[in-house]
Design a protein around this ligand. Structure first.
Ligand SMILES: Nc1ncnc2c1ncn2[C@@H]1O[C@H](COP(=O)(O)OP(=O)(O)O)[C@@H](O)[C@H]1O
Ligand SMILES: [Mg+2]
Length: 376
């Protein structure tokens, strides 16, 4: 039995070896969905040459817990579209599960929630002869929640999220890219899902390369056509960090454009509170002030690094946050530093002396400002 598996009657040792290595690779990367897809493919491939192996694999697929597969809408037999060359999946299928609710400024939140409600209440729209927005473009700097919002939307609509990262598809030969993209779009249309075309600007960026202009034009044409023809009832989202690189013709195709700005102080405070968890400092305002201008992703990284550092060194997270904040403080002007000092002194987090050392604002100035603030 063992021998038969290793040296197949069809002389397919090489195929076995290749599949084994491929399987090991996706398993070690923890890509459970890809493992399942591969096993499905192997069960089909060995159906003739090794019936008992194929039977065992099918049995495995039947008994494996599938309730959690993100592609439950796609049924068990559907496999992810693969790159024609590498045979690796072209899209990421995200796990359904409680997605983090992004912190969004009120107008952005309203736009994203309306998109959700349109799809949830499609029948109400239909009574007025309307259909939900089919396509949406999310623009804004990196790390402000474009991908997160797409994931949250899919979760709210109880649909699988399929992510096609155009920056990775585009790195393969352009000639193949068109075919690959078409495969993904067809796949996404085959069952209810939310498809996210991430890093859409990559398509535009390659335009400088003259040798590939023809190929690229065809690609853009394919994409634009698909956006136009996207079926109602399905949701196509695209995200870009460089909206300025996109042709206005691309913008116009989308039913809805949502601009995600950098977080303002209110949003930053709310997000920081959740990143800090139960180690949140008494007054989060000082941290939001130090991190102003940062993206959510940067703020999260800052806090998580501090929390890990504190845990390793047995320190208080607050002290580490203050320490790590020095560098950013040094780049702030006097008025801003004075504000940080006041934040920390007024709620009793720091003494005037300590606040003065930290911010480089004299104790006198802090005291005077505190007094005038109190008088008002
Ligand atoms: N609006 C937000 N609210 C809360 N956390 C956020 C937000 N935006 C980004 N983050 C954090 O940063 C990470 C990266 O964000 P992401 O959505 O991928 O950014 P983008 O797609 O805009 O580049 C998220 O996983 C999340 O942890
Ligand atoms: Mg993103």
């Amino acid at each position: 039995m063992v021998e038969r598996t290793l040296v197949s009657p069809m002389g397919e040792t090489e195929t076995y070896e290749r599949d084994l290595v491929h399987l090991a690779r996706v398993a070690m990367a923890g890509r459970a969905q890809d493992v399942q897809t591969l096993v499905q493919r192997m069960a089909r491939r060995y159906q003739r040459s090794n019936e008992s192996l194929a039977g065992s694999l099918r049995e495995l697929l039947r008994s494996a817990p599938t309730a959690q597969t993100p592609l439950r809408g796609f049924g068990n037999t559907a496999s992810l579209p693969l790159d024609s060359d590498s045979r690796l999946p072209l899209i990421r299928a995200e796990q359904l599960g409680p997605a983090v609710r992004p912190v969004l400024a009120p107008p952005v939140r309203a736009a994203v929630e309306q998109l959700r409600d349109e799809h949830r209440s499609a029948d109400r729209l239909a009574r007025q002869g309307l259909t939900p927005s089919r396509t949406g473009l999310f623009t804004g700097p990196p790390g402000v929640g474009k991908t997160l919002a797409a994931r949250w939307l899919a979760d709210e609509l109880n649909l699988p999220l399929l992510v096609l990262d155009l920056s990775s598809v585009m790195s393969s030969y352009l000639g193949r890219t068109g075919g690959n993209i078409r495969k993904v779009l067809d796949y996404a249309k085959s069952s209810p899902s939310v498809l996210l075309l991430d890093e859409l600007d990559t398509v535009a960026k390659r335009r400088d390369d003259m040798a590939e202009v023809g190929e690229l034009k065809r690609l853009v044409t394919v994409l634009l056509q698909e956006i136009d023809d996207w079926p109602s009832g399905s949701l196509l989202l695209a995200a870009t960090n460089h909206a300025d690189l996109l042709d206005p013709a691309v913008w116009r195709r989308f039913d809805l454009v949502v601009k995600f700005p950098l977080p303002g102080p209110v949003e930053l405070e709310e997000a920081l509170l959740s990143y800090c968890g139960n180690e949140a400092p008494r007054n989060i305002a000082f941290l939001a002030r130090i991190l102003q201008g940062a993206s959510f992703a940067d703020a999260e990284r800052f806090v998580m690094t501090a929390r890990r550092k504190a845990a390793l060194g047995g320190e208080h997270t607050f002290d580490v946050l203050l320490n790590m904040g020095q560098e950013r403080l040094a780049q702030m002007n006097h008025v801003e530093r004075l504000q940080v000092a006041l934040d920390l002194v007024q709620d009793g987090s720091l003494s005037q002396r300590r606040a003065s050392e930290l911010t480089g604002v004299s104790r006198d100035t802090i005291r005077r400002k505190q007094r005038t603030d109190q008088e008002q």
